[in-house]
Design a protein around this ligand. Sequence first.
Ligand SMILES: [Zn+2]
Length: 266
Amino acid sequence: MLKAIAIKLAAIAAIVACFVLLPFPWCWVGAGASLALGLGVMAWAVFNVNSSIWARTLWRSPVPVKAVALTFDDGPDPDFTPRVLDLLKEKDVQAAFFCVGARVRQHPALAKRIAQEGHTLGNHSDTHAMWINFSLHGKLRREVRDCNAAIEAAVGLQPCLYRAPHGFKNPALGDVLRQEGMVAVGWQVRGFDAVVNNAARIAQRIVESAKPGGVILLHDGAGLQGTSDRNATLEALPVVIDGLRARGLEIVPLEALLGVKVYAQG
Ligand SMILES: [Zn+2]
């Protein structure tokens, strides 16, 4: 929140300076440009999924590695999560699942299976509602805490990694995550599998665009946004894993890639 205040003060100072220092009509041109720049920086920080301006955000390895990490959002889902888990087991891959709290309460056994099979659980808000990204401290804190409580009730662990719905972050979120001892996770590449229902395109995009050290985003949950079926993701997943390995990229757990702890208890 302090950064937001600093940007607003800098913009106001620039506008005042324009009126003091510049003759008419350039004072109005300068003031308009200063206002647009201030608003532009603030909006960029909200919509850039990997920006750390509002909330500290991790999205790639801090050191050079020939490895990547797979992450799945929006589950757990009774139709698709078990099939994603089966595929990951078959390919001997550990991934991270950013779960929606309401869905964990509906399917606690699935959350338990994710943890039991060695995967990581992260917080993806409690409701995944669109308004979360534009909420202030109270509502954001409830979203983060309620999701963590649902995951803790299911698996006995309290996540400290958060992925914002749609990746958007506002200044209040940064405050809430800091107070909760949590950090945001973005992504280096995504398959757009929430909106693209074509396995070949999803796989090609990820295999070709993944960079060493990058976090990869896919979805195991259905119906929250875009297409309501994850069959294309399931079809793409083995191709993605084989394609990344063929490029010499090892697929490692998210915590190993980012070098952070993933649970408050850890
Ligand atoms: Zn999501």
